[in-house]
Design a protein around this ligand. Structure first.
Ligand SMILES: Nc1nc2c(c(=O)[nH]1)N[C@H]1C(S)=C(S)[C@@H](COP(=O)(O)O)O[C@H]1N2
Ligand SMILES: [Mo]
Length: 360
């Protein structure tokens, strides 16, 4: 195996999961701040990063609109701006824990981050374009493109594109030009990307160049082939596009296989987040899921952002093995399941993740 795919972080602090296209993961055990520093924020690309000249870059808004728009960066920035926190998780985060092993980027826990995003509301742009009553979806397309190599594959090159239901597009979607107060970097979508609060990362289209308002469901590759799952629908599974993040808690420390000194005090800590419903509860078990305790929540609740938590563990006095599990519940009463839901394919890994440690 190529040594660059090791679990060790490189000088930038990120773990390389692929070179062409670039995929980088944060070592989740290094979690130590509510806001993920830009250099530590995971990177997920399907195609080479497009080189974009900010002076000639335009965003077009077309399709079922009253006024077709072509906006440069200056015009976009003239709209009222807004800054919001949002946690973004790749739908494939945690894939490396699936048994049997599956295809796809083998993310551990670090394809997730929390940032403050500044930009303009997609709803303000749509307002200017004039959206007819019959519009149902908004397609977001990036400047990046390439060929899909696995069947079923579309002919020729395609752009990365995803659609949003018109209600979500009009609600809280941001077209961001800054991340944690800095201009977006090329790997995170310079000069403009979508931020879709509560949804998995695949919706947050980077290097945005085209917005198409449509009156029927978009059937692009990343909408109907990739980034889909089977949903139970009156007894008959139907393939639907991934949307909202599933409620999830992750343990940053200890890590799987860690050796912990017996009779000591150990700080167990991590983060938890949810989809649009918001996070309600975080629980921790140190006995493999029999008893659950409440960790201390850090900071205050911030809409659409993860919550850091910690727990002071009095490590048993005798040598032993312990299995730690963190689980969370959202405000609609959904709790992380012990077992994986069927139909999720290689996505939405939110079943209990067991962290077995050795006490010595
Ligand atoms: N244009 C474009 N947008 C994209 C992607 C992409 O490959 N091309 N990847 C998506 C996926 S799957 C994720 S998880 C997020 C990752 O954003 P980040 O690289 O800034 O972390 O971007 C999304 N937006
Ligand atoms: Mo992703």
């Amino acid at each position: 195996m190529d040594s660059s795919f090791s679990k060790r972080a490189d000088a930038s602090g990120l773990i390389r999961r692929g070179e062409g296209p670039l995929n980088l993961e944060m070592p989740f055990s290094a979690l130590d701040s509510f806001v993920t520093p830009n250099e530590q924020f995971y990177v997920r690309c399907h195609f080479p990063i497009p080189a974009i000249d900010p002076d000639s870059w335009r965003l077009t808004v077309e399709g079922a609109v009253a006024n077709r728009l072509s906006l440069g960066l200056k015009e976009l920035r003239a709209l009222p701006d807004q800054t919001m926190m949002a946690t973004m998780e790749c739908a494939g985060n945690g894939r490396s824990f699936l048994e049997p092993k599956v295809k796809g980027v083998a993310w551990d826990l670090g394809a997730v981050g929390n940032a403050s995003w500044t930009g303009v509301l997609l709803s303000d742009v749509l307002e200017r374009a004039g959206v007819p009553a019959g519009a149902t979806e908004v397609v977001l397309e990036g400047a990046d493109k390439g060929e899909i190599k696995e069947a079923p594959r579309p002919p020729g090159e395609i752009h990365y594109a995803r659609s949003l239901p018109i209600e979500k597009a009009r609600n809280d979607v941001l077209l961001a030009f800054a991340m944690n107060g800095e201009p977006l970097s090329p790997s995170h979508g310079f000069p403009l990307r979508a931020v879709v609060p509560g949804w998995f990362g695949m919706a947050a289209v980077k290097w945005l160049t085209r917005i198409v308002v449509t009156e029927r469901a978009f059937a692009g590759y990343y909408q109907t082939i990739d980034y889909t799952y089977w949903e139970e629908n009156a007894g008959s599974p139907t393939l639907v596009p991934l949307q909202e993040m599933r409620v999830k808690a992750q343990i940053a420390q200890p890590v799987v296989g860690e050796v912990i000194a017996r009779g000591t005090a150990y700080r167990v800590h991590g983060a938890a987040w949810a989809g649009e419903a918001g996070l309600e509860k975080i629980e921790l078990s140190i006995d493999g899921g029999k008893k659950w305790q409440s960790p201390r929540l850090l900071g205050s609740a911030v809409r659409n952002a993860w919550r850091l938590w910690e727990f002071d563990w009095n490590v048993p006095a005798l040598p032993d093995r312990c299995t730690l599990i963190a689980r969370a519940s959202d405000a609609e009463g959904r709790t992380q399941p012990a077992q994986r839901a069927t139909g999720y394919g290689t996505y939405m890994v939110n079943q209990w993740l067991r962290v077995e440690v050795e006490i010595r």
